[in-house]
Design a protein around this ligand. Structure first.
Ligand code: SF4
Length: 214
């Protein structure tokens, strides 16, 4: 798609080209599990509560599930999330340590499959770990990316999340994966909102299939 370079450039002109900060991959995984179906502030509170209560990953893994549930209750779906965190830590413990760096030695598809084999870890959380935690070019499609991608004609509304990840990964140059992901989220939050998007302020209106929705 020849327009993609122009879209990337227009987004960078408006929002800049954010550089990925260093983040611990296991923190990203646990935060990703806690973020499902809740707000950013609630998942942050749950993560902080987990660390404050147990102090480290070995203590979290060894804790009884009801204690884990209590620690993450403020993020909702506590039973499911506690079980998922426990499954992730048990898997790493069986591998010999609480470290996800070994995923760097695997192709992205295989690394993604290792992560999604953990109960409760979906494709988005797996790719968040690869992109945010390990700096791999695994494009992440969230609700903002899906909406803006559809309006810009990059994604088909019927393609589904799994296919959407593959399409965006093929479209975006690897070195731009993080910055384009962040810029599509900024576009979706600030301008291309679900209802009444601010099309007159949109930096990519000329490439849009539905300009003038507002
Ligand atoms: S022109 Fe409007 S609908 Fe299209 S991408 Fe921009 S804000 Fe979204």
């Amino acid at each position: 798609m020849p327009q993609i370079q122009k879209i990337i450039a227009a987004l960078e002109k408006r929002f800049g080209a954010e550089v990925r900060p260093d983040r611990d991959p296991l923190d990203v995984l646990v935060r990703g599990i806690l973020s499902q179906n809740t707000t950013d502030s609630n998942s942050k509170r749950a993560f902080d509560s987990l660390i404050k209560t147990f102090g480290g990953w070995e203590a979290v893994r060894a804790a009884p599930l009801p204690a884990l549930e209590k620690a993450v209750r403020c993020s909702g779906l506590a039973r499911q999330k506690a079980a998922s965190i426990h499954a992730a830590l048990s898997w790493l413990n069986a591998r010999g340590g609480y470290n996800l760096d070994f995923l760097n030695g695997l192709p992205i598809k295989q690394a993604q499959e290792e992560l999604t084999a953990i109960k409760g870890v979906g494709i988005k959380t797996a790719r968040l770990v690869l992109l945010f935690g390990l700096g791999r070019p695994a494009f992440v499609v969230d609700t903002h990316v899906l909406r803006t991608g559809e309006r810009l004609g990059l994604l088909d509304a019927r393609c589904g999340r799994v296919r959407a990840h593959a399409i965006m990964s093929e479209l975006i140059p690897p070195q731009k994966t993080y910055s384009v992901h962040m810029n599509m989220i900024k576009l979706g939050r600030e301008i291309c909102r679900p209802k009444r998007p601010l099309c007159r302020e949109c930096p990519v209106a000329r490439y849009c299939l539905h300009p003038g929705l507002c």
